[in-house]
Design a protein around this ligand. Structure first.
Ligand code: ADP
Length: 247
């Protein structure tokens, strides 16, 4: 059997805010080709970890490796170009652009200019429409993003993240504030894309989603991993129950 290789590894990653050790010497590995999950109680450092890895904030110490390449303190756009696509916990769509325009601007800004100027690149527009159909909002292509429901905006953001075909996608709370039927749609899509070769890291507070979707799960508590493994292993780990339930 093939040995799973790392897509993302951190070594003693640390970030403090004042006296708060938000991420505290966290050494973790996420696996290539898998649906990876990062869970933990509120305040356990998941978002800070996510932001350190994606370059949104600079860690105080420690390192981040993407496919064996040191990306510590790289700027976000450079990390994106190295193949890490990401979504935001709070949606970052352009509210006054249409749904289709949001998809086109996600690839390359000039794609949108070409489209609006009438000299559109048909393949890109077709790809955008196909992706909108996959996330289930193709009927809304001419609606302005601000008129979408919160769940639909999250689907648009997921679709626009996927437009650049990133081999590795990090999703920050994809289920947060989304109704159960849309959560199920997101879960199915993540599984399909993973079957097609995309690696995922899903950062979630929603334990159910992570447990049913992820092959490899890391549990954070107080800024560092307390358990790592499959859903079965995680669910029966007393440290996890203690962190979540305080038992
Ligand atoms: P999670 O995403 O797991 O809920 P966070 O990474 O948001 O956890 O927070 C971890 C800890 O760091 C919390 O105690 C939080 O209050 C603190 N923290 C996070 N961001 C900041 C910030 N910008 N300034 C001060 N404290 C912060």
């Amino acid at each position: 059997t093939a040995v799973a290789t790392s897509i993302l590894t951190t070594d003693r990653l640390t970030k403090s805010f004042g006296g708060v050790h938000a991420v505290n010497e966290a050494s973790v590995t996420f696996l290539d080709g898998k649906i990876n999950g990062l869970i933990g109680p509120n305040g356990s450092g998941k978002t800070t970890f996510f932001n350190c890895v994606t370059g949104m904030i600079k860690p105080d110490s420690g390192s981040v490796q993407l496919r064996g390449r040191d990306i510590t303190r790289w700027a976000p756009h450079k990390i994106a170009r190295a193949g890490l696509g990401r979504s935001f916990q709070l949606c970052r769509t352009f509210p006054r652009m249409t749904v289709l325009e949001n998809m086109l601007v996600a690839v390359q800004p000039h794609t949108l200019g070409d489209y609006l100027g009438g000299s559109h690149a048909p393949s890109t527009v077709e790809r955008a429409r196909a992706m909108l159909a996959r996330v289930g909002i193709d009927h809304l292509e001419n609606a302005e993003a601000r008129d979408l429901s919160y769940g639909q905006q999250k689907l648009l953001e997921l679709g626009s993240t996927l437009m650049s075909d990133p081999p590795f996608v990090m999703l920050d709370e994809p289920a947060g504030g989304v109704n159960p039927s849309l959560i199920e749609r997101i879960a199915v899509l993540i599984r399909e894309l993973n079957d097609e070769g995309t690696t995922f890291l899903i950062v979630e507070h929603n334990m159910d989603l992570i447990m049913k979707l992820c092959d490899h799960i890391v549990v954070f508590d107080r800024g560092a991993p307390i358990a790592t493994g499959t859903a079965d292993v995680i669910q029966s780990d007393p440290r996890v129950l203690e962190a979540y339930l305080g038992v």
